[in-house]
Design a protein around this ligand. Structure first.
Ligand SMILES: O=C(O)C[C@H]1C=CC(=O)O1
Length: 94
């Protein structure tokens, strides 16, 4: 199942800089592992915002929830999920 997910990130300005860097580093590793495995096939920066628009390919809602819940930056994100269905005018299957 494909889901479009937007993540708006709001890390508190007073968070310890070392903790901030460590979180961002862990987030990058987690994200890149999921990209390699095909679970997170697209990630785009929303221009001008500390936000991304991503596509996840997971078996079901529970797995999407698990993946999102385990994002190191999850406590500092507002997440919005849109389930995707095939568009009848699409030239490719997905
Ligand atoms: O920067 C972001 O958009 C937040 C987050 C999502 C993946 C990642 O590496 O960081």
């Amino acid at each position: 199942m494909l889901f479009a997910v937007t993540m708006d990130v709001a890390i508190p300005h007073d968070l310890d800089p070392g903790v901030r860097e460590e979180l961002i580093s862990r987030e990058r590793s987690y994200c890149q592992e999921l990209q390699k495995s095909g679970v997170w096939p697209h990630i785009w920066r929303c221009a001008g915002q500390y936000a991304n628009l991503s596509v996840f390919d997971v078996p079901d809602n529970d797995e999407l929830h698990r993946v999102l819940w385990n994002l190191p930056l999850f406590p500092y994100m507002t997440v919005s999920v849109t389930p995707l269905a095939a568009h009848p005018s699409a030239l490719t299957a997905r």
